[in-house]
Design a protein. Structure first.
Length: 97
């Protein structure tokens, strides 16, 4: 089962990766635990994972005014994992573009 949804490539995550060259972020399924995330990253990217940190985010509520009135909605909740690799290893997300 695929637990990793996509790599997390944002301005904040890029700055974390630049400070510590062996930390990478992923958006993962909410039911995934740290052992499953570790096993999948190691299998998919051929690296050695030292630790996994996970965070849950609630979906934000959004509203906007339109011609027809107030439209209310909600973003999806998600889970984020920051993976720390062994020293000297790295993941290149841009290699297959």
């Amino acid at each position: 089962m695929n637990f990793i949804i996509k790599p997390l490539i944002t301005e904040k995550m890029t700055s974390i990766t630049e400070k510590a060259n062996n930390k990478f972020g992923f958006v993962v399924r909410p039911e995934a635990n740290k052992l499953q995330i570790k096993a999948e990253v190691e299998a998919f990217y051929n690296v050695t994972v030292k630790s996994v940190t996970t965070m849950r985010y609630a979906g934000k509520t959004k509203q906007r005014y339109t011609k027809t009135g107030l439209v209310k909605g909600r973003r999806n909740a998600f889970k984020k994992a920051i993976v720390t690799l062994a020293e000297g290893e790295t993941i290149d997300f841009y290699s297959n573009i």
